[in-house]
Design a binder for this molecule. Structure first.
Ligand code: NAP
Length: 287
């Protein structure tokens, strides 16, 4: 059985490690804030003092940190993953990051005798908890086949989209869609409330028709309970929208709907809500 390493036990990583432990894998963990691994250690995970020490003890190493800069530091910084002998090891970055960094990780890993996949996910904190994430993979077919049995333990949709970077490009396509569903759901609720409708009933009805979508089904009820906890951090969505718009610019594309969503989420951040979940967008109208 492969030995697993896991760096980044936040909202998403923590639940994924739980699935790996439930499936009897030996898992070593590292997180910037050690306290966030306490529950996992109680469940049988083993703490290591640095990413390098995690890699020393593992065959397959997952990373699920916040930003591309975090990914850089975990792979290339002090006591980083790539400072160990990585021959034969497989690195899987689940972080939503840039396609160019995914390519860089892949090339470094291959030069050193290892391999790497970019495998960003969709499905939120609830998808991670239930083990039903969607995973979009970029990298070599052989590495994908090696990773598939492990990734299947916490996903329901799992697909390879092409060479290194393709997973991140697919995730950007996903985020363009989510920008539309989040702004659409928010404006729908603002309108429905002003029209004096029963919002619970509206959400229930719309979920059965052509307007149904994941954001509405999962975040609509949270908004009605005024639950703005993450979920998916506003600050991370802003990170993703910037990556989308930067990539679109490189492709000489304009995406006005995504630009508007980016503007709205930046307004929300300026109001101090960057650590809330993305459903907090409604606060631009309701507060
Ligand atoms: P999170 O709760 O902030 O988790 C990230 C974890 O990585 C934190 O525990 C953080 O440590 C740790 N970390 C960051 N830099 C590190 C470093 N240099 N060394 C070690 N640990 C480090 O965020 P999340 O919601 O799990 O999201 C993780 C990634 O998945 C993001 O890229 C996000 O965009 C993406 N994503 C999230 C969702 C979602 O719904 N939440 C869905 C799909 C994709 P600290 O505890 O010290 O902050």
């Amino acid at each position: 059985m492969k030995r697993i390493g896991f760096i980044g036990t936040g909202v998403m990583g923590r639940s994924i490690v739980e699935h790996l432990l439930t499936n009897k894998f030996e898992v070593t963990v590292y997180n910037r804030t050690k306290k966030k691994t306490d529950d996992l250690i109680a469940l049988g995970a083993v703490w290591k003092d640095s990413p390098k020490e995690v890699a020393d003890e593992s065959d397959v190493i997952f990373t699920m940190v916040g930003y591309p800069t975090d990914v850089e530091s975990v792979y290339y910084g002090e006591n980083a993953l790539f400072q160990t002998d990585i021959n034969g090891k497989l690195f899987i970055d689940l972080t939503t990051s840039t396609p160019s960094l995914a390519e860089k990780l892949y090339h470094t890993a291959v030069e050193k005798g290892g391999n790497a996949l970019d495998a960003p996910v969709s499905g939120g904190d609830l998808g991670a908890k239930s083990g039903k994430l969607t995973i979009m993979v970029g990298g070599d077919e052989a590495s994908f086949l090696e990773a598939e049995p492990i990734l299947s333990l916490f996903s329901k949709t799992l697909e390879r989209h092409g060479p290194a970077g393709s997973g991140q490009h697919t995730k950007m396509a996903n985020q363009i869609m989510v920008a539309g569903t989040m702004t659409g759901m928010t404006e729908m609720l603002v309108y429905a409330r002003k029209a004096g409708l029963d919002l619970e009933k509206v959400i229930r009805t719309l979920n059965g028709g052509a307007a149904s979508n994941w954001s509405l089904a999962n975040y609509g009820p949270r908004i009605l309970k005024e639950d703005y906890s993450p979920g998916f951090f506003v600050k991370h969505f802003i990170k993703d929208l910037k990556i989308v718009l930067d990539e679109a610019e490189k492709m000489e594309l304009t995406l006005p709907g995504t630009e508007k969503a980016n503007e709205l989420y930046n307004q929300l951040q300026d109001k101090g809500f960057e650590n809330e979940g993305t459903q907090a967008l409604i606060r631009l109208w309701w507060e």
